[in-house]
Design a binder for this molecule. Structure first.
Ligand SMILES: [Fe+2]
Length: 172
């Protein structure tokens, strides 16, 4: 992917606001960082990994709740077609963002990186726990455990282990 296309995709991700502050795009950019970190070790298509990370939550700007994945996938498809992105890659990016099956390495990377972000990003946690989980300890713990269990790669798990343990202790 060339720099111009990357810039366009970043700008688009930033334009799809779903939190009052800047957390929403910081989250997407952090997921990209973690996703590329995993991709470097385990392989997969770099463009698919990077673009699906940047665009995976854009649907939250329309619907902040379950089923936002479908909307994110649809918006991503439309946008990527419009900027002339590789058709075969668009198909795979859409599959990753739909978050339905995790057969491809890229979809598995996205899910792991997304979960890593929740465990590492303090600002994101504060927003998510308060706004979505209503500061309910039981729900927070459930979400933390789910996120941790969804991180598939050993080194990635290690990367968030300390944060995870601290958080569990805090909310238990
Ligand atoms: Fe996310």
């Amino acid at each position: 992917m060339d720099d111009k296309t990357r810039k366009k995709i970043e700008e688009y991700a930033k334009s799809m606001r779903w939190t009052p502050k800047d957390f929403y795009w910081k989250h997407a950019f952090m997921v990209r960082e973690f996703a590329l970190m995993i991709q470097k070790r385990v392989g997969g298509d770099k463009d698919i990994v990077e673009v699906s990370a940047l665009l995976h939550d854009i649907g939250k700007s329309k619907l902040l709740g379950p089923k936002h994945e479908e909307i994110s996938a649809k918006l991503a498809k439309e946008f990527l077609e419009q900027v002339g992105f590789d058709i075969n890659k668009i198909k795979k990016i859409v599959e990753c963002i739909e978050y339905k099956n995790f057969k491809s390495i890229e979809a598995r990377i996205l899910r792991s990186a997304d979960s890593m972000s929740l465990l590492r990003d303090k600002e994101g946690q504060n927003w998510y726990f308060k706004t979505i989980l209503k500061n309910n300890n039981e729900r927070i713990l459930k979400e933390l455990k789910k996120s941790y269990s969804e991180i598939e790669f050993d080194f990635a798990k290690k990367f968030v282990e300390e944060n995870y343990k601290k958080l569990v202790k805090k909310y238990e």
